[in-house]
Design a protein around this ligand. Structure first.
Ligand SMILES: [Zn+2]
Length: 143
C-alpha cells in the first residue's frame, strides 16, 4: 500500500513514500484500523515511530506531498509552527507567504467557521491575504 520509491525530495535527499491506497479529495491517504476512526496513513506512520499524537497537534509534511508517509519527511507542529516552518522552506524557494498545504488548511478552516482575522493571526499573514485565498483570487491552482 506504500510505494517507497517515490520522487527523491531535493532538499531532504530521501524519496517520498507514496500511499497507493485510497485517498481523500485533498490527496491525503486514508485507511481503516478496526475500532478506530478512519486514519490518515502519514499520521499512523508517525505514531508507529514516535507514539501517539497529542490532541490539537498536526503531523506535517516537510516535502509538501500529502500522500507521503515517510517518517523522515514528517514533523509534528501546531498549525502556526507548521506555517512558520513552511515559511522558512519557502524563503529558500522564493517569495511566497503560504504553501499549497497551508492554503488547503486555511480554506477548510474558513469553511468550518474560522474567521479570516483569526486565520491571519494563526498563519502570520494579513487578513486580506486570507481573503484572497478563500475567495480563490490567489492560489487558484490548489484544489
Ligand atoms: Zn515525502
Amino acid at each position: 500500500m506504500v510505494n517507497k520509491h517515490g520522487p527523491v525530495h531535493a532538499a531532504i535527499g530521501t524519496p517520498c513514500w507514496l500511499w497507493t491506497g485510497t485517498r481523500d479529495q485533498k490527496g491525503y491517504g486514508r485507511f481503516w484500523i478496526p475500532g478506530r476512526t478512519p486514519a490518515k496513513p502519514h499520521r499512523v506512520a508517525w505514531e508507529f515511530i514516535n507514539g501517539p499524537i497529542p490532541i490539537g497537534l498536526a503531523v506535517c509534511h516537510r516535502c509538501d506531498t500529502p500522500s507521503c508517509c515517510n517518517p523522515a519527511h514528517l514533523f509534528m507542529g501546531t498549525l502556526a509552527e507548521n506555517n512558520r516552518d513552511m515559511l522558512n522552506t519557502d524563503r529558500a524557494r522564493g517569495p511566497a507567504l503560504l504553501t499549497s498545504e497551508a492554503v488547503r488548511v486555511i480554506r477548510a478552516a474558513y469553511a468550518a467557521g474560522t474567521t479570516q482575522a483569526a486565520l491571519g493571526r494563526e498563519f502570520g499573514v494579513r487578513q486580506v491575504t486570507i481573503q484572497a485565498v478563500v475567495t480563490r483570487r490567489t492560489w487558484k491552482h490548489v484544489k
